[in-house]
Every structure is written in structure tokens, then in C-alpha cells.
Design a protein around this ligand. Structure first.
Ligand code: F0G
Length: 457
């Protein structure tokens, strides 16, 4: 008999979690203004808000923390971290920052000017925020297929070369760089193929435009290339990652995802001019160049995490868990962005709550229902997160309206996946009893979904 699949780790430390009653959750959600970001984590049973900084570190990472050198300048831990990034990415210049958006802030402060245009395959919201904050425009050039949630194609995060070329042609001399996000979080944790990475970079370079890779989940993207793209099945994750980075000019990294740490980030590049420019912003915003907002011990843990998470078994365990949850949802007929993404399942709320108009935010409504059902905290990646158009101030209803069930790395077991699927099925079975959605009572001008206040209609 063939042995079944199992995790490539065993558990050495546990953290208790607690169930609550529906009455408690009704009260807590009302106090949180129907925004799950405002809940206390103790009011949550299974937390699927994000995979960002929520993973478990390994024994080797904890051991490495004891070796942290906390010197202000020239710390040994920085050089260990730098050597690891250089070896895994092929980039010479490395600037640590405290997280991904800080890397964006430092690099974009040097590169983005008012009036610029920055194309990308669905910029993450902080990325878009850092572009729009500088009075520049972020233009999405993801393939149209990404919008059709039921279409099953292997690389749904890809860049549309036609859309990209149109932007490059129409804005010559005004595009400081292009952002290539791997995996493409916003459209469902969908990967970008190596062929598309190569062709995107060739096209940008033809127009003299450099490419910055938003690399938060680069290792998961490499896993999908290995398992889905012809010619890569026998390459290691590390070899594939090196090739991905070889085509681009720089990377910004949220190490809270594929770096397996709770906090951290960095910029890496071979462009000396960008390094020199970014350095000048790192010091006032993040700190001196050999710590950039991170502790020495955190740099040590990150160096180990990057090495661990570019091994096949680690990624196989993680992505198979996401696919396990997807199979359960298939059994129950619950629609989500197909195929399952690397870090999450994106439930297609527009299809689940098809009686709720866009103006009443179906995905946010479903997020609330799932929390009330079982204390499971998911995250809206939809019309709320899309913010308003900076010029017209209209809601942006053009994209998908998803509820993201985001799986932290090495945290939950497949029993938890069963609970999540069952809770969602219960909500799905009574979906037509949900007559109305939610209305915004207060919102911030930018990145509103973190702090928005809502009332249930
Ligand atoms: N880029 C991508 C693709 C991301 O998903 C994120 C964060 C960032 C950049 C910013 O990094 O959080 O370290 O500042 N995504 C988290 C999420 C928050 O839940 O998807 P950060």
C-alpha cells in the first residue's frame, strides 16, 4: 500500500486556542464595527486573516536567534543574512527593512515621482498605496483569465504582455519600473510562469524599463513552476528561484511570508544606482544599513528561514494543505478562485451571496457570517480592499470580491482544515437567508480595509 502524504515536520511547542459561543461572537463583532481586523486575537478560534508573520519558526530558527549579534553597525548577523540573500537570489546589494511595505517605502522614495505610471500584475494594496501616495498611477496588467474564477489554468497570475506593452508604449519616459508580483496575491495566490517572467522582463527592458519583483511568496511561485511548467520538474526550488531573480532588476521582500519569520523584509538589487539611492532613505526611515529595522537575532532567524523555505518538502507540505482544504470545498460545491492558490483559498463571494449587491460588499458580509458561525477569521480581498479611485472617489468594483482563507505556515493541522470547510458549508447552505450586506459608516482615505467601520443592514 502506498503511504499517504504527511507533514515534513513534527510539533515541538503548542499554543492553546479556544472556542466561543455565537452570543459572544455577535457581541465582539458588533464592538469591532463588523471589521475583523478590530477583533482581539483571543476572540478568534482559527485565524486565517493572513499568512504574514503568523507562521511557526523551526527549532533551527529559534536556535539561530541565540546567535544574534545586536551591534548597531557591522553586526555578524547582518553578514550572515546578506550572504544568504546573495546566494539565494544572485543580487549583490542587500538592504534590510522591517517588513515588505518598508522595503517599498525605501525603494519607491528613490524611484517614484508624481505623475509616473507603474504597471504591475495586480499590485498588493501597500504597493499600490506607496505608488498612489506619491501621486503616481498603478496600472494592473494581469491576464484577463484571472477574473474568471471557474477557469482552471496553471499560471493565472501571469502578466498580459499586450496590456503591458500598451502601458509602456503610451507612457514612454514616464515608467520608473514595473512591479512583478510572485505569487500574485490579489488574484488568488496564483503563480506566474517562468516563461511569463522572462517575456515580461524582455518586453520591459526593450522599452528601457527595469522590473522590480515583489517577492513575498517567491518560493511558493517556484514550487508551482517546478510542479506545473515543462522543463522545471527536475530542478531544485533554489535553482528555480535563482532563475526567476536572474531576469529582474531588483526585489522587494516581505520576509513575513516566504522568509518564515514574524517580522522582516529587505530590498536586493544589482543596480548600484538604486542601491545608493535607497540607502539614503533606509537610514532615516528604517535604521542603519546593517539592521534596517530588524534585530540581529531576527536577521539570523530570517537567514535560516529563507534556506528552509526554499526546500521542496517544506513547500510541498504547505501547498498540499491548501489543496486539501480546496478538495473539501469541492466536495461541498463552494465556489473559489480555481485552481487553489499557494497560500490561500479565495472564496468567490459574488457567487456565494449572489443576492447581495456590490454596494453592500458581499465578501465582507460573508467574512462576518463565517466568523459568527465558528469564530473563524478570514479576510476580505475585494471591493473594500480595492479602495476608491483616487480621482473620482468612486468605489472600485471592477475586480473580484473574495473572502481569503489564508493558511499560516506550519500552524494548523488538517483537522483545522476540516473545521474550516464544515463552517463554510454551514454558511453556504443557509446563504439565501442572508438578505442584506453591510454599509460603510467610517473609512480612511487610503488602505481603508484595515480600519473601516461598518454596519450590518
Ligand atoms: N507584497 C505582497 C504581495 C504582499 O502580500 C504583502 C503583504 C506585501 C507586499 C507587504 O508586505 O506586510 O510585510 O509590509 N501581504 C499581507 C497579506 C499583509 O495579508 O497578504 P508587509
Amino acid at each position: 500500500m502506498q503511504l499517504p502524504f504527511a507533514e515534513s515536520w513534527k510539533i515541538k511547542m503548542v499554543e492553546p486556542i479556544r472556542k466561543s459561543t455565537r452570543e459572544e461572537r455577535e457581541k465582539w463583532l458588533a464592538e469591532a464595527h463588523n471589521n475583523v481586523f478590530m477583533l482581539k486575537s483571543e476572540q478568534v478560534y482559527i485565524d486565517l486573516l493572513t499568512d504574514s508573520g503568523t507562521g511557526s519558526m523551526s527549532d533551527r530558527q529559534w536556535a539561530a536567534m541565540m546567535l544574534g549579534d545586536e551591534s548597531y553597525a557591522g553586526a555578524r548577523s547582518f553578514f550572515h543574512f546578506q550572504e544568504t540573500v546573495q546566494r539565494l537570489t544572485g543580487f549583490k546589494y542587500v538592504i534590510p527593512t522591517h517588513q515588505g511595505r518598508a522595503a517599498e517605502n525605501v525603494l519607491f522614495s528613490h524611484l517614484v515621482k508624481a505623475g509616473n505610471v507603474v504597471p504591475g500584475n495586480a499590485h498588493f494594496d501597500t504597493t499600490k498605496g506607496h505608488i498612489e501616495f506619491r501621486k503616481a498611477t498603478a496600472i494592473d496588467v494581469t491576464v484577463d483569465e484571472a477574473k474568471d474564477t471557474q477557469l482552471e489554468i496553471p499560471f493565472k497570475g501571469n502578466v498580459s504582455l499586450e496590456k503591458l506593452e500598451k502601458v509602456l508604449k503610451e507612457n514612454q519616459g514616464n515608467v520608473p519600473f514595473m512591479v512583478l508580483t510572485v505569487t500574485n496575491n490579489t488574484v488568488g495566490g496564483q503563480p506566474v510562469s517562468m516563461q511569463n517572467i522572462r517575456e515580461t522582463c524582455e518586453l520591459c527592458h526593450k522599452y528601457g524599463v527595469p522590473v522590480n519583483m515583489d517577492s513575498a511568496r517567491f518560493a511558493e511561485n517556484a514550487y508551482f513552476i517546478k510542479t506545473r511548467e515543462k522543463g522545471y520538474e527536475n530542478k531544485t526550488i533554489k535553482e528555480i528561484a535563482r532563475e526567476m531573480f536572474s531576469y529582474v532588476d531588483s526585489m522587494t521582500m516581505s520576509a513575513k511570508k516566504d522568509g518564515l519569520v514574524n517580522m522582516g523584509g529587505f530590498i536586493a538589487t544589482n543596480k548600484e544606482e538604486w542601491y545608493e539611492g535607497a540607502k539614503a532613505f533606509c537610514i532615516p526611515f528604517e535604521g542603519f544599513l546593517t539592521y534596517g529595522g530588524m534585530n540581529g537575532r531576527d536577521l539570523e532567524a530570517l537567514a535560516v528561514g529563507l534556506d528552509e523555505n526554499t526546500e521542496f518538502d517544506m513547500l510541498d507540505t504547505r501547498i498540499q494543505q491548501v489543496q486539501y482544504l480546496a478538495k473539501k470545498l469541492d466536495e461541498y460545491g463552494i465556489p473559489y478562485q480555481r485552481p487553489a492558490g499557494g497560500h490561500a483559498i479565495f472564496v468567490d463571494a459574488d457567487r456565494v451571496l449572489d443576492q447581495i449587491p456590490k454596494e453592500e460588499f458581499p465578501a465582507q458580509t460573508l467574512t462576518c457570517e463565517l466568523y459568527l458561525e465558528a469564530g473563524i477569521r478570514a479576510c476580505e480581498i475585494g471591493y473594500l480592499l480595492a479602495d476608491r479611485d483616487p480621482v473620482t472617489r468612486e468605489n472600485r468594483f471592477g475586480g473580484n470580491d473574495f473572502v481569503r482563507l489564508c493558511i499560516p505556515r506550519r500552524v494548523y493541522t488538517n483537522n483545522h482544515m476540516d473545521v474550516i470547510a464544515a463552517a463554510l458549508k454551514n454558511v453556504y447552505d443557509r446563504r439565501h437567508e442572508v438578505k442584506r450586506g453591510v454599509r460603510i459608516t467610517w473609512e480612511a482615505e487610503l488602505m481603508r480595509h484595515f480600519t473601516v467601520q461598518l454596519e450590518r443592514l
